[in-house]
Write a protein that binds this ligand. Structure first.
Ligand SMILES: [Zn+2]
Length: 350
């Protein structure tokens, strides 16, 4: 029975991986082909129009072409001088151009096309919440105002609009199955539900988002597939964005810049407890690696730490670290402090 189960599982896994690869390939191909088509169309159109203009100019002005129209003008000039028919010239130019300048251009335009698509998506966003409408209309202009608005952030587009340089990362909370060095850390925690039809797997992941300048969020989500799980986790992280407090809280440093935390904070999740302590400049992040990702995206550069409990449960450890960061804003400060303390981003009004 055990053997049968194992073989079944391995079959299922291999099938899954094949399917995933196919899906990924097809997605990538479709994206590529779309981008290529767009690029080609735009190139062809622009070239056509340019060539036409150049040819017209040449015809009008005779042989005088002093405008900086580069090669096209020269080519067109030569062709006009050589008394070739007009209809051939655009095609010839087109072929030359596309052969020479395609590979570099395609890469550039693919990136810009993706950025453009995201921007278009954001531009066409119609807010449904009060806070969303306030952000859209320009009443709320930065993240600090949005968080103290008195309403929950229920739309991730709010964060996208207010923090355009936000970055995301995924935590290694799962492990790979199998022999020969299995148990390696993975970003997806794979679990299975037993049903009459068979095993139904699901993938869970933990995402962190931040602008490396005082704002950070943590979100967890699961799904039957990996890609939607990741998207949902990033979305949840944006909805759970918090503002943190930074300072030089170290007695050994006292430089007055905002490289560390102002005081010791502790967070708890499950059996895990983590204490973050201010450290002098140049210390780096003396924390577990997944917590480093979190603190880096929060904009903290130097910190010492102490942990207790089952810290190999990474999801609990990271959540505890996030809770500790939350504590930074919970502590009440005296009206006048000697420490230079900053809430949120450097550009926010204090
Ligand atoms: Zn310092």
């Amino acid at each position: 029975m055990k053997k049968e189960n194992q073989t079944k599982q391995s079959e299922v896994q291999s099938q899954k991986s094949e399917v995933k690869e196919e899906v990924k390939q097809s997605e990538v191909q479709s994206q590529k082909s779309e981008v290529k088509e767009e690029v080609e169309q735009s190139e062809v159109q622009s070239q056509k129009s340019e060539v036409k203009e150049v040819v017209k100019e040449v015809v009008k002005e005779g042989v005088k072409v002093e405008k900086p129209a580069e090669k096209k003008a020269e080519v067109a000039k030569e062709e006009v001088q050589g008394s070739k028919p007009k209809a051939q010239s655009p095609e010839a130019v087109k072929e030359e151009k596309t052969d020479e300048a395609k590979p570099a251009k395609v890469v550039e335009t693919r990136l810009t096309a993706r950025a453009q698509a995201e921007k278009d998506k954001l531009d066409s966003w119609k807010p449904r919440t009060e806070l969303g409408r306030a952000v859209r209309s320009g009443d709320v202009t930065n993240m600090s105002e949005a968080l103290s608005f008195g309403k929950k952030v229920l739309e991730p587009e709010i964060v996208d609009l207010l923090l355009p340089n936000i970055e995301s990362d995924l935590m290694l909370i799962g492990q790979a199955k199998g022999k020969f060095g299995g148990g390696q850390r993975r970003i997806f925690k794979q679990t299975q539900k037993k049903t009459a039809e068979g095993n139904v797997p699901s993938f869970t992941t933990l995402a962190v988002v931040g602008n490396k300048d005082g704002y950070v969020g943590l979100g967890m989500a699961g799904s039957k597939e990996t890609v939607p799980a990741r998207d949902k986790a990033i979305r949840n992280a944006k909805l759970r964005l918090i503002k943190i407090r930074r300072s030089c809280g170290s007695w050994a440093c006292g430089c007055g810049t905002y490289h560390s935390i102002p005081f010791r904070v502790t967070g708890k999740c499950g059996s895990v407890r983590i204490t973050l302590l201010p450290a002098p400049k140049g210390t780096g992040l003396c924390v577990e690696k997944e917590c480093q990702k979190l603190l880096k995206l929060a904009g903290i550069k130097d910190v010492w730490s102490q942990t207790f409990g089952s810290t190999k449960t990474k999801s609990n450890l990271v959540t505890a670290c996030f809770e500790a960061l939350k504590q930074l804003m919970e502590i009440k400060l005296p009206a006048k402090t000697e420490l230079k303390i900053i809430d949120g981003a450097l550009n926010d009004k204090q």
